[in-house]
Write a protein that binds this ligand. Structure first.
Ligand code: PMP
Length: 448
């Protein structure tokens, strides 16, 4: 735990919070009762008023190795002093090549090439662009349609927003990309209630892809993108057999399959990638968050060799993919990524998560009889707890839970409407799981 008393010297809380327009935040409510953080170590955040709060959210699904890992911060500091920046177009740094190889080693066989960007949103848009470009160079330029899924989240770029399936994220932004369809969400509360791991019910939701193929013609469809476990809309694990079925249908019709593993990558489900847990190999995997343990912005796409190689066929001096970012493979992020992968390996954190999963699931399921709990889902070290919405004000119960957790119970959790998400760092101890669950029970009672 952190020292409770003094704030780190650099932390000066301004009187006026107006200038910072905060992302995905209820700004006016926040500024009346701010949740301000000053430090972080292991499983805890330190608030600006000197309280230690237990982090049941791994920051935002990203600090898988816990906070304040000195191996990572020193790696960042060291490279910042020796190589602050290097242009990633037409130049490179050794760390980027090493990190790509390390990531490829963790990925399923046959996915051995990594394209770097800076976030999950950029990773989703990059993967969609690679899919479209791939078909074009294969002489299949008619494959321009993209398919996402209802309740899917792939970040906030125009591509990710278009294939995403959250109405509130879509409805303000015009027509978005054309030629996009959505598979149905895989959740059925009645048939899947209180499931640990993969629900038995729901493989048939994948068959909707056949319907879209019949509707549009396979030769118009470029790619399907799904999260193996939808995180941002309340922790919805794929039903048993669902991902395999999607793989079969996409393969049959020459459609690329993209797994968005921004949340599920790097141990959240007890494996390097969910693809490994479910034994299904997609054509591309997007990642972000856990790759640097949250300590530097980084995202990327792991690409199947056959796709990568198809781009490598033209004249050697010509840029093969007209895409990339000023900060692709940024030195600080590469150094953070390498140090993070060392920690995951040396501390066996993915295996640790796998072993803790049954106890975590039991502990969270014990909340079943708390007031207004409508459903609980668990998978890996992740849980979604649905609270029945207040009839007068949907979303208010979840919002109150966020505040009750932070201000009154020294707990950080995530909310999605009236759902609470628990997704602690993979270093969480059994005792800390118990402590988190006890605090969540208090929060649920407080908002009842
Ligand atoms: N995809 C998924 C599955 C995510 O959960 C997120 C972020 N929660 C994103 C993409 C977007 O990532 P970022 O916020 O880094 O752009």
């Amino acid at each position: 735990m952190l020292d409770k008393s003094p704030l780190p010297p650099a932390v000066n809380v301004p009187n006026d919070l107006a200038a910072h327009w905060m992302p995905f935040t209820a700004n006016r409510a926040f500024k009346k009762a701010p949740r301000l953080l000053a430090g972080a170590k292991d499983m805890h955040y330190l608030t600006v008023d000197g309280r230690n709060i237990i982090d049941a959210a791994a920051g935002m699904w990203c600090c898988n190795a816990g906070h304040g890992r000195s191996q990572i911060s020193s790696a960042i500091a060291k490279i910042a002093e020796t190589l602050d920046y290097a242009p990633p177009f037409q130049f490179g740094i050794p760390q980027a090549f090493e990190l790509a190889s390390r990531i490829a080693e963790l990925a399923p066989a046959g996915l051995d090439h990594v394209f770097f960007c800076n976030s999950g949103s950029e990773a989703a848009d990059t993967a969609l662009k690679i899919a479209l470009a791939y078909h074009q160079i294969q002489g299949q330029g008619s494959r321009i349609r993209l398919i996402g899924r209802e309740r899917g989240y792939h970040g906030v770029g125009f591509g990710g927003t278009s294939v995403g399936g959250i109405v509130n994220n879509r409805k303000m932004y015009g027509s978005l990309l054309t030629g996009v369809d959505h598979l149905p969400a895989t959740y059925d509360r009645e048939k899947q209630a209180f499931t640990k791991g993969e629900p038995e019910y729901g493989v048939h939701f994948a068959d909707e892809l056949e319907r879209l193929v019949n509707l549009h013609g396979a030769n118009t469809i470029a790619a399907v993108i799904v999260e193996p476990m939808a995180g941002s809309t309340g922790v919805l694990p794929a039903p048993k057999g669902y991902l395999k079925r999607l793989r079969e249908i996409t393969q049959k019709h020459g459609i690329l399959l993209i797994f968005d593993e921004v949340i599920t990558g790097y141990g959240r489900l007890g494996h390097a990638f969910a693809a490994e847990r479910y034994g299904v190999v997609p054509d591309m995997i997007t990642f972000a968050k856990g790759i640097t343990n949250g300590a530097a912005p980084m995202g990327g796409v792991i690409v199947r060799d056959t796709i990568h190689d198809a781009f490598m066929a033209g004249p050697e001096h010509v840029v093969e993919l007209t895409h990339g970012y000023t900060y692709s493979a940024h030195p600080l992020a590469c150094a953070a990524g390498l140090a993070t992968l060392d920690i995951y390996r040396d501390e066996n954190l993915f295996e640790r998560a796998r072993k803790l999963e049954p106890k975590f699931a039991d502990a969270v399921m014990s909340l079943k009889n708390e007031p207004n709990v409508a459903d609980i889902r668990t998978v890996g070290l992740t849980a979604g707890i649905d609270l029945a919405p207040r009839a007068d004000s949907p979303g208010k119960r979840g919002f109150d839970a966020l505040n009750s957790a932070f201000h009154d119970n020294d707990l950080m959790l995530r909310i999605a409407g009236d759902s609470l998400a628990l997704t602690p760092p993979l270093i969480v101890s059994e005792d800390q799981v118990g402590e988190i669950v006890e605090k969540v029970a208090k929060v649920i009672r407080a908002v009842a």
